[in-house]
Each structure stands twice: as C-alpha cells, then as structure tokens.
Design a protein around this ligand. Structure first.
Ligand SMILES: Nc1nc2c(ncn2[C@@H]2O[C@H](COP(=O)(O)OP(=O)(O)OP(=O)(O)O)[C@@H](O)[C@H]2O)c(=O)[nH]1
Length: 800
C-alpha cells in the first residue's frame, strides 16, 4: 500500500492542478482511495472535493451517500473493523512492531460496496494533557457534526468498568453534541456501540442496558444550554449495539458477526439497516467538502458551531458556487455570443425572447438540480438572485435588441408616413396628415411594444428590464419626424394653394391690363386679388383639418399666403409694366386709334385724311393709359386692412412706375409714335403717285408701231441687215461673246438710267424690270432716305 506524503513520493496520479504547498497539508493515497482529511497538524485537506469527484465519484450523488465515523481508544482495532466492514484500506497496527498509535488525524475512504464515506478518527488515549483532550473533543465534535453514524469501539471487558478512558470518551461525545445547537426535529446521530471481543457470557442486552444507563447518567449531569434543559438524550441520539467476538480466538464467529454487521451498513433493504433517513445530515454530496471544511474551521478556531446556521452558510456558499459554474459553462457563453453577434450588426433578432428564455430556463434547471438540495429558504433566495444575475448579464444584449427595434420602427414610421403623404399628393386629394400620422404612429408604437415584450425574459421584473427609455426615444423621434414631415407637407399645401390662387389672379390681371387702361382697371384687378385671398382662406380652412391645425396656425398660414399673394400681385404688375412691356402696351393703344379705323381695319391714308388729328388723339389715349398704369390709384382701403396693416406694407408700393422711368417711357413712346406718323404721311404720297395701267398699255402699243415702221422703211431695213451681217461675222469669228458682253453692259446702263429717271419722277417700276445693280442702288437709296427720315424725326423731337 502506498502512503504518499508530500513532499517525497507524490503519486503520478496526484492532481496536477493542486499546488504542492496545498498537497503538503495532507497525506493521500489515490490507489487506495483514502485521504487524510485532517492532517497530523490538524489542518483540513484542500483536495477533498477533488477526491469526491475523481476518486470517490460521489460529487453528483446528491443525498445518496452516507457518512460513518469510528471513535474509540487508541489501538483497539478501529481501523481493522472499518477495513472489514467497508473494504477500506486504512493503516492497521503492525503487530510485529508492537502496539503503537497508527492513525493520526482523521482519514477518509469510501466503502467498496456503497456510497458510504468512512472516517477513521485518531484514537483517544484518555490522557489528561490539554492538547490530547483538545483534539479528542474537536474530532468528536467534527465526527458528530458530519456523520450519520458514529461507531463507538469498546471492549466488552471495559463495559461497566467506567474507567477513565471510557468515561472521558462518552462524556466527550454527549457533551460536544450539545454544542451543535441542534433543534428538535433536526437529524439525530446514531451511536453504534460495537462491543469487541464479545464473549456472550454477558448477553448483549445486558451490556446494552449497562451502557445506556451509564449514558443517561452522564447526560443528566451535563450542563444543557438555555432552552435545552429538558431535552432528552434520545432527542439527539439513536443507540445501536453490536457484539463482535475475538478476532483471533473466535475467528469464525468474528467473521460471521462482521459479515452480519457489514450487511447492516451496506444493505438498505436490511431490517436493521443503520443509515436511517432521520440520520442524514442533508448535506448534498457536492457540498460535503465545503461543509466539512467550514465545520472544521469553526471547531479549530473554537468558535460556536451552530449546525443549522452552518447548513445555511453551506447553502449560501454552494448556491454561489453552482451559479458561478453555470455562468462559466460553454453553452451559456456561446448562446449569448450568438445573440450578441445578431444584435451587434443592427439586426432585430426575431427569436431573441425564445433564445434568452430557453437559455435562462436551462440555467435555472441546472441550478435547481444541485441547489434545491440545500436549505430551502436559502436556495429559493439564491435562485431568485441567480435569475436576477442572469437578467443583469443579458441586459446589455436586450438593450441592444431594443435599440435595433427602435431604429427599425423609426425607419418604418418615416417611410410609411412619407408614402401615405405621397399617395395623397398622387391622388390629387388634400393631404390628410393627421390620419396618416395617427395610423403609422400607432403601428410603430405597438410594434415596438410587441417586439420589446416578445424579447423579454418571462419572469424578469419590469424595472430590471425596462423598455421605457427606448420607448421614450421612439416617441421623441416619431414626434421629430412627424413635425419635419408635417412642416414639409404644410409647405407643399401652402404652395399648391398659393399656386392656384396666384395663377388665377395673374390671368385676370393680365386680361384686365391687356384690355386697356381705365379708371376701373385697378378696382377690377384688386377684385381679382380679393378673389384669390378668399380662395386661399377657404382652402386653408378645408385643408387645415387634415393637419389638425390650431386656430392660431390657420391664421398664420392665411396671413402668410395673404402677404405672398400681395407681393405676387406687385411682382406681376412690375413685370407687366416693365419698359418694353409697357411700350408695347402703349403702342397697342396708339395703333388702335391711329392705324386702325373703328372697325379695326387698317387705314389707307388719303391726302384729305385728318392725319394730324388722329395722331394727336391716339397719342393722348396712350398718355392717359400710361398715367393709369403708373400708379395703383385707388383708396388704400380697397387693398384690404390685412395688407395695409401689415408691418411690411409700404404705401409707396402703389407707385407702379416711378417718375424717372415714367419720363423715359414717355419719350421712347413719342419717338415710336412719331416714326409711325411719318410713315403714315409717306404712305399717303406713294398712294397718290402710283403709275396708271393705261400708261403701260400705251407704251406697248406705241412700241409695236415703230417695229412695223422698221420693217417697211428701206433705210431702217438696210441698217437692220447690216446689224445682222455684223452679228453673223462676229459669230463666225468668235466675237459673239465679247460683243454680247459689251451690248449687255450698254443695255443695262441705259435701262438703269431710264428706271432711275422714272423713279425720280415718282413712277413705281415693277421688280422684274430691274437689274441686280438697280435693286442694290434702290436699297441704298432707301437706307439713305431712312437715315434722312430719322434725322428729320430727331429734329422734330428737339423742336417738340
Ligand atoms: N483483541 C483484539 N485485538 C484486535 C481486534 N482487532 C484488531 N485487533 C488488534 O488490535 C491492534 C490494533 O489494531 P488497529 O486496527 O490498528 O487499531 P486502531 O484502533 O485502529 O489503532 P490506532 O489507529 O492506532 O488507534 C492490532 O494488533 C490488531 O490485530 C479484535 O477484535 N480483538
């Protein structure tokens, strides 16, 4: 059997994760599965939980394990008994080396047949030394605190002797038990007296009675703590008795008795099975290490050992550990990491609620699996705390999910509202902003709340996972977007109304101005302006309902449109009275009177027409019109109080054409009018000097006679023959071309001279009769005449 003491001979199987300095505290033997839980220096081993998991395989046994300890004088065969009963391999005294103490501290091993942990406790020696009594009491207290059964090992021949060793042993057991603060109803401890070298000369019942009487006597002499004065020995203990014959002298009987006793410890179906449920300390196997360690620490420090409190502390400690283990588990980390990846890219994870609830439910299930075995009050509290910690752990991911829901809902709200408004515009109906906003806002808010609710942990408190912050942001953003889109929609609506109103007004104003200036023109134009305002007011009143506009807002819109319409009117008037426009308009008025008759037919001036009188009258009409166009000459009242009371209204705006421009326009008009006048005069001369048709006919007739005269006159005929001969010779000699050119020039010059003479005499010559040079000459002559005419006008203007 290996017995490893670190340093020096550590086993290959020693747990590598345990630091050497910790191993040094205890001796252990992984092969024999035994461990010195309290070492020679009375320190608690740091590797008990390691043993529970790796060597004893009890960590997951829950309550399905038992603990038995042996207590008794030194070298009385305790280790031998345990090895026989539980198949353990505790050190026993080597008889060859003499009787000397073998077991130091407290050793633990596991039964080879059952989930039973067996404690081999250093034997008592009944000595008077303080340090001996101190460890005796502490080890007894430790054994009673953690074990269901304490085997009290006694030789038969010592029963009834009441010697110092037995007295001390039993008194210690009963006395320290009172320090456990056990309450009625708490698990009892079984004191199983094993009478060694039992001969049966005194029946076991007698021995049992003797020991019981002795125990009761000791119990009665003990000082009980307050509140426990009337407690009975049996409130805390169950007493069992077994007899074992001499190991050497009655070997067979010994073996038989050991076998029977072994059954009592290993077979739960045995009638006299010792591990009764009432004895179980209700410390789950995974908490045994912590529990035993805490108990020993308090005992070592001589602190009060309140077992119920200790179980609560254990529950606290273990529940914390269990929670931590779950938090470190891979499935949790990976599940949350997957969720995080989803939300971190800005996606709304649809299955968010399902995933977090499944993850948390699984964690709670794992917590329940181990934690529910501990003190129920502590466990429930710790369970709630664990749930809360899970919720806190998941909260940032939930908040990220809420942020994504908020963003998605805001985007959807903006898109839906814009689409709704655009649909109204496309359909040509008044924008019903209020209807669209109400519908899409409700949709956005409900979707957010539904998304937030479906992403929640089912049992988390409202204030722990609150969506109020993000909801507030959503509402704020919705209001901002609504206000922005409303403002845009209102602008569009106002522009549309203004466009219609101003368009109509301008048509009317143009029509009125084109039909001539009169005193009633301005009144009529202002009536059109008023009609536009009335139209706008009606439209604002009607379309404002779609925006749920307040009375103040409606008034503001009306006032804005009123002013814009007024400025539009002024702009139109300015445009229509710009220099070229007003000159065209004046010329129209002038022409109506001067160039056209009452039926609108162009005049053909005759010498006897009163052209000067027409000119004066037409000029006067145009002058009058110019004066009317130049100023909006109506009482200001007609413009309307709303306009003239506006701070921006400038009374000077009624002057449509300022004085300096007016003078310029007047001069330009006069020049144009006088040009027309001169042209009219000239047209009168041309009309009267036109060549009569009979004159052309006469010329043709006279020309025919002379031709006949040449034919019948010998002289003229001879000359003709000579000319023809010369022509023939020229043709033969190739002189036709040059001769033709000379003749052509000659004829053209003669013709031009003749035409010039005729035109100077006022005869209009048909165009086909002209040569190109003649046409050019005429064009030049006309230009010269025009220049002369302009000069003449300038001279007239100067005179005027
Ligand atoms: N008379 C008698 N001796 C026994 C019996 N069983 C064991 N022994 C002897 O008692 C001696 C001590 O045995 P252990 O098992 O080491 O005793 P122990 O009480 O564990 O000793 P410590 O651990 O040193 O306190 C050995 O020599 C055993 O052979 C028994 O039933 N009767």
């Amino acid at each position: 059997m290996a017995d490893h003491t670190v340093p020096g001979g550590a086993s290959d199987e020693s747990p590598s994760e345990v630091p050497d300095k910790e191993l040094r505290f205890s001796r252990f033997d992984p092969v024999d599965q035994r461990l010195q839980i309290i070492n020679d220096d009375k320190n608690f081993s740091p590797i008990v939980s390691e043993y529970m998991k790796k060597h004893w395989h009890l960590a997951n046994s829950g309550f399905n394990y038992n603990i038995v300890a042996v207590f008794g004088s030194q070298s009385t065969g305790k280790s031998t008994l345990l090895n026989r009963l539980f198949g353990t391999n505790f050190d026993v005294m080597n008889e060859a080396s003499g009787r000397q103490q073998t077991t130091k501290g407290i050793w633990v091993s596991k039964s080879d047949e059952s989930n039973t942990l067996v404690l081999d406790v250093e034997g008592t020696d009944g000595g008077e030394r303080f340090e001996d009594q101190d460890f005796e009491r502490k080890s007894a207290l430790f054994s009673l605190a953690i074990s269901e059964v304490v085997i009290v090992n006694m030789y038969e021949n010592n029963v009834g002797l009441y010697n110092g060793a037995n007295l001390g042993l039993l008194k210690t057991v009963l006395d320290v038990n009172l320090q456990l603060f056990q309450q009625a109803g708490n698990p009892k401890t079984c004191l199983h007296f094993v009478i060694r070298d039992f001969t049966n000369q005194t029946p076991l019942e007698r021995l049992q009675a003797t020991v019981t009487t002795y125990l009761e006597k000791i119990w009665s002499t003990l000082n009980k703590p307050a509140g426990k004065e009337d407690c009975s020995l049996y409130d805390f203990f169950v007493l069992n008795f077994s007899g074992l014959p001499h190991k050497i002298f009655a070997r067979e009987a010994f073996e038989s008795a050991v076998a029977k006793l072994r059954t009592r410890f290993s077979d739960p179906t045995a009638l006299d099975y010792v591990f009764l449920p009432v004895l179980h300390k209700r410390v789950p196997a995974d908490g045994f290490s912590s529990f035993a360690h805490d108990i020993w620490e308090r005992i070592s420090a001589s602190k009060e050992l309140d077992l119920p409190t200790q179980t609560q502390l254990l529950a606290e400690h273990r529940c914390e550990e269990i929670a931590k283990e779950i938090f470190d588990e891979e499935f949790l980390v990976e599940s949350i990491a997957a969720l995080k990846r989803g939300v971190e890219v800005g996606r709304v994870v649809e299955e968010f609620g399902e995933v977090v609830n499944n993850v948390v439910d699984e964690c709670i299930m794992k917590f329940d699996e181990n934690g529910s075995r501990y003190n129920s009050i502590v466990y429930k509290r710790k369970r709630a705390e664990f749930y809360k910690r899970m919720a806190t752990y998941l909260l940032p991911v939930y908040n990220a999910q809420l942020t994504n829901i908020t963003k998605t809902r805001i985007a959807a709200f903006s898109a839906s509202l814009s689409a709704g408004l655009a649909a109204d515009v496309d359909a040509g109906v008044p924008i019903n902003f209020a209807k669209h906003t109400t519908a899409v806002r409700r949709e956005a808010e409900n979707s957010f709340l539904a998304g937030a609710a479906s992403s929640r942990l089912s049992q988390v408190a409202d204030d722990e996972w609150s969506a109020a912050g993000q909801y507030g942001q959503l509402v704020e953003e919705i209001e901002r977007i609504s206000a922005e889109l409303r403002s845009g929609a209102v602008d569009k609506m106002l522009k549309a109304v203004e466009g219609l109103a101003v368009g109509n007004m301008n048509d009317n104003v143009l029509g009125r101005m084109n039909s001539g200036a009169s005193v009633g023109m301005w009144v009529s134009i202002l009536e059109s302006f008023k009609e536009a305002l009335d139209f706008e007011e009606l439209q604002i009143q009607k379309r404002g309902q779609g925006f749920e506009a307040s009375a103040e807002e409606l008034e503001l819109w009306k006032s804005t449109l009123r002013w814009q319409t007024w400025t539009s009117l002024l702009e139109t008037l300015k445009k229509e009275t710009a220099d070229d426009a007003i000159l065209a308009r004046l010329k129209g008025i002038f022409d109506n009177k001067f160039r056209y008759d009452e039926q609108g037919i162009p005049r053909l001036w005759n010498l006897d027409d009163p052209i000067d009188s027409y000119f004066a009258s037409a000029t006067e009409d145009a002058e009058k019109a110019l004066s009317i166009f130049a100023k909006l000459d109506v009482p200001l009242k007609l413009i309307g109080d709303n306009i003239i009371d506006d701070q921006r209204f400038d009374p000077a705006c009624v002057t449509i054409i300022p004085a300096n421009r007016l003078q310029n326009i007047r001069e330009r008009f006069k020049r144009d009018a006088q040009t027309l006048f001169v042209e009219a005069k000239r047209s009168m001369v041309v009309t009267t000097a036109k060549i009569p048709p009979w004159f052309i006919a006469l010329t043709l007739v006279l020309g025919w006679n002379e031709f006949m005269m040449v034919l019948f006159n010998p002289v003229y005929f001879a000359l003709l023959a000579i000319f023809l001969g010369i022509g023939y010779l020229s043709w033969q000699m190739g002189m036709v071309g040059p001769a033709y050119q000379v003749a052509k020039v000659t004829v053209r010059e003669v013709t031009n001279q003749a035409i010039e003479k005729l035109e100077n005499n006022g005869v209009e010559v048909p165009e086909f009769m002209r040569s190109s040079q003649a046409s050019e000459r005429k064009r030049k002559s006309t230009v010269v005449k025009r220049v002369e005419s302009v000069n003449e006008n300038i001279e007239m203007t100067k005179i005027d």
